[in-house]
Design a protein around this ligand. Structure first.
Ligand code: HPA
Ligand code: ZN
Length: 330
């Protein structure tokens, strides 16, 4: 069993494996433009973030009912548990579903059918983070937050994802202010393909507590110093960065330099069905490609629980942290 860890950067729609996509397509009478899972897998060659997003949104067509979202989440939780995930903060993209006529209740209630008994069934505690699509309008984000109001007891926070360049954080100032007023935690993708200034803006304008990806902070020593000083967690996704060509090969990933700089880094899977691995696979990959030793791996696991939104249950955080310290590498 892989070291105990929290997964803090995981898009539930990005856990849709080809086999489940075809199963749901059949169940719902949806036609996919691929003959079979082999042909679909051949489409998993991405040039950049946008080329991935095109397929990611296309395959979502198979997700229609509460049961579909329940099956999707249960499949993820079983795989995550098998790779040492003890706590998962799960992103979902409601605008991508609302646009297809699937309402907020279907998505949240469906996911909740799996999340509600995840601890008993999988041994994984969970939270939900609602993401706004940054290539949609600010008005659409506000409408989405409004549609989520009946479900806020099931949603810990808000995030910002989809195509980054050209959609700076400031575009979403108003909806983040509204989310904060509702008591929601705030995170945002920044510095994946976008410049370091987007990270600064996410902190200053949106008031985010964690940065998703954030690896381009390394271009600004001043920003790195700030992130270190303020202990801002970065949710890195190494296999995603290789597949979306943010880094050429895993051996070039800046993770070791980021840890050496004192940044509070975590390792996550992003869209594991598309990028070649779940949380434990990402840990294994960085260990092999970057030569990270046991203490570095333990630091990454520890960081994941330090950065988790567990303020309502510090006893649980302490329990998870003691599991990390007690873990013996095989
Ligand atoms: N980046 C931005 N948006 C996303 C991603 C990602 O890696 N995955 C799903 N939506
Ligand atoms: Zn992401």
């Amino acid at each position: 069993m892989s070291i105990p860890k929290a997964e803090l950067h995981l898009h539930i729609e990005g856990t849709l494996e080809p086999e489940l996509a075809f199963e749901l397509a059949t169940r719902n009478g949806v036609e996919l433009p691929y003959a079979d899972t082999d042909e679909l897998r051949k489409a998993y060659r991405f040039e950049d973030l946008q080329s991935f997003l095109n397929l990611y949104y296309e395959l979502m067509a198979v997700l229609r009912t509460e049961r579909d979202f329940e099956d999707l989440a249960n499949a993820y939780l079983a795989r995550a548990a098998a790779q040492g995930v003890r706590h998962a903060e799960i992103f979902f993209d409601p605008q991508a579903h609302l646009a297809r006529g699937v309402d907020m209740g279907t998505v949240v209630e469906g996911l909740w059918r799996a999340l509600g008994d995840s601890e008993a069934r999988h041994g994984v505690s969970t939270q939900l983070i609602l993401c706004f699509l940054r290539d949609e309008s600010a008005e659409s984000a506000l409408e989405t937050l409004d549609a989520a109001k009946p479900y806020l007891d099931r949603i810990v926070g808000v995030g910002l994802d989809s195509a980054e360049v050209g959609h700076p954080p400031v575009k979403f100032r108003e909806v983040y202010e509204a989310a904060a007023a509702l008591g929601l935690r705030r995170v945002a993708h920044a510095g994946e393909e976008g410049p370091p200034s987007y990270i600064v803006e996410a902190l200053d304008v949106l008031g985010v507590e964690r940065i998703d990806h954030g690896l381009r902070c390394m271009e600004s020593p001043e920003l790195v110093a700030r992130l270190v000083r303020d202990r801002i967690p970065l949710t890195l996704c190494p296999l995603s960065n290789v597949r979306l060509r943010t880094v050429d090969v895993l051996g070039d990933h800046p993770l070791p330099a980021m840890l050496d700089a004192g940044l509070l880094c975590t390792v996550n899977s992003d869209d594991p069905a598309y990028f070649g691995g779940y949380a434990g696979d990402n840990f294994d990959a960085v260990r092999l490609a970057l030569g990270l030793g046991e203490e570095r791996l333990r630091e990454l696991a520890r960081n994941s629980f330090v950065a988790a939104f567990l303020e309502h249950d510090e006893e649980r955080r302490a329990r998870y942290l003691s599991e990390v310290e007690a873990y013996e590498f095989g």
